[in-house]
Design a protein around this ligand. Structure first.
Ligand code: ZN
Length: 131
């Protein structure tokens, strides 16, 4: 697990404040939208227990509580389309939407991973980063 992945998991586990962690992630010299986007997308897909349409109560809670204006394009896309289709559309957004997209995905991962830690992972799991 690289430094960015460690940071993302620390934010998800409330070991680092969301806003502070997000700023560190975006300001990093190594920051690359495509890389961080792909990491977050995979993390979210793995954290959602429903592998049919990648929807869940926690996912819905997450997209409805993203700390950004609900009129921002990434939020509208997430609320309009199913998970995987929305993510495909997010990947194609122009650079002006990149920070908002990463903010939204980091938030979604935090909520869905917290739900997973409180349910599936509660009585022990093989995820070494959950230790
Ligand atoms: Zn776990």
């Amino acid at each position: 697990m690289n430094q960015q992945e460690q940071l993302i998991n620390k934010i998800a586990q409330d070991k680092i404040d969301f806003k502070l962690g997000l700023a560190v992630l975006l300001d990093d010299d190594e920051y690359n939208f495509k890389k961080v986007f792909t990491t977050l997308r995979n993390y979210i897909i793995n954290a959602i227990p429903n592998k049919v349409d990648y929807n869940s109560e926690a996912y819905q809670t997450a997209i409805n509580t993203i700390p950004l204006k609900p009129t921002y394009t990434p939020i509208v896309l997430l609320k309009t389309f199913s998970t995987k289709i929305a993510f495909d559309k997010l990947a194609l957004l122009p650079e002006s939407e990149h920070k908002k997209t990463i903010t939204a995905l980091l938030w979604i991962f935090k909520i869905t991973d917290t739900e997973r830690r409180n349910t599936e992972c509660k009585s022990g799991c093989g995820h070494f980063w959950h230790k």
